[in-house]
Design a protein around this ligand. Structure first.
Ligand SMILES: [Cu+2]
Length: 276
């Protein structure tokens, strides 16, 4: 009776947990992989998933077959052999070939992710305890700090993140869509990590060292980023956002920042040329 009750409780718990999370898309989750790097990683993931699935089903099928075919009732006398050369050659070569294919695909993916595009919008990302600076060296501007009280009303992603703590600083890295963005990442104090789950982009921010990473966002929208290296008390609130906008909105945003710095506005052609 107790066993049955425990089993029932487990089933109910599983179902309610599944129902509670069904359809939940965490603002910082990787539920909507976006961009060429995410596509590449997804591609490798799916490829390996299907290899694993086919092997799993094959192994289970052989086990079930053996259970019935070689059951004690039908085979009262056990077979006693220790070697089968063709079988041994098979189970050494086939896995070796599969591993080689996976390695080739993985290295190809790594090469793609780690090769910086020849040109792109350059952004310097500087992490610190506890926040981020985004500087655009070619444009002589920096991403401004958002006024949380104002931003919370217009940016739904902030409302979700500030419900537990609304005392942190948040900046938005504004980039144009369909443009290669090259980030040069470093830190002012301890090790942090620049992590944008939906773009499947993650790179350490190390003091005294500049790491590099690139991405290209095909869809307008807000992509939440966060620090992914435990760096101190407010690590959990080290959020930022990448805001991918149309070319027109990007020009407007850049010129707003430039006018605040007392700089001349730039045209779309000038800005585009900087990324070519
Ligand atoms: Cu951190």
């Amino acid at each position: 009776m107790l066993k049955k009750l425990t089993a029932l409780a487990l089933v109910v718990l599983t179902l309610t947990t599944a129902a509670a999370f069904a359809g939940t898309v965490h603002p910082g989750g990787f539920n909507n992989p976006t961009g060429p790097i995410a596509d590449k990683v997804n591609d490798i993931y799916n490829f390996m998933f299907w290899i694993t699935a086919i092997i799993f089903i094959g192994v289970q099928a052989v086990i079930v077959y053996a259970i019935f075919k070689f059951r004690r009732k039908k085979n009262p006398k056990a077979a006693k052999f220790t070697h089968n050369t063709p079988l041994e050659i098979f189970w050494l070569t086939v896995p070796a070939i599969i591993c080689a294919i996976i390695a080739w695909k993985s290295f190809d993916g790594m090469r793609f992710i780690r090769s910086m595009p020849e040109a792109g919008l350059d952004v310097e990302v500087i992490a610190y305890q506890f926040g981020w600076d985004f500087d655009y060296p070619d444009l002589e501007i920096s991403a401004p700090e958002l006024d949380l009280e104002v931003a919370k009303k217009t940016k739904p992603w902030l409302k979700d993140l500030t419900q537990f703590n609304d005392s942190f600083s948040v900046k938005e890295l504004v980039v144009p869509v369909n443009t290669n963005v090259r980030v040069h990442v470093t830190s002012r104090d301890v090790i942090h990590a620049f992590y944008v789950p939906e773009l499947i982009v993650k790179i350490d921010a190390m003091p005294g060292r500049i790491n590099y990473q690139w991405f290209n966002i095909p869809k307008e929208g807000t992509y939440i980023g966060q620090c992914a290296e435990l760096c101190g008390a407010a690590h959990g609130f080290m959020y930022f956002a990448i805001h991918a906008v149309s070319q027109e909105d990007y020009v407007k945003w850049v010129n707003k920042q430039r006018s605040e710095e007392g700089l001349e506005p730039m045209t779309m052609a000038q800005l585009k040329e900087l990324t070519m």
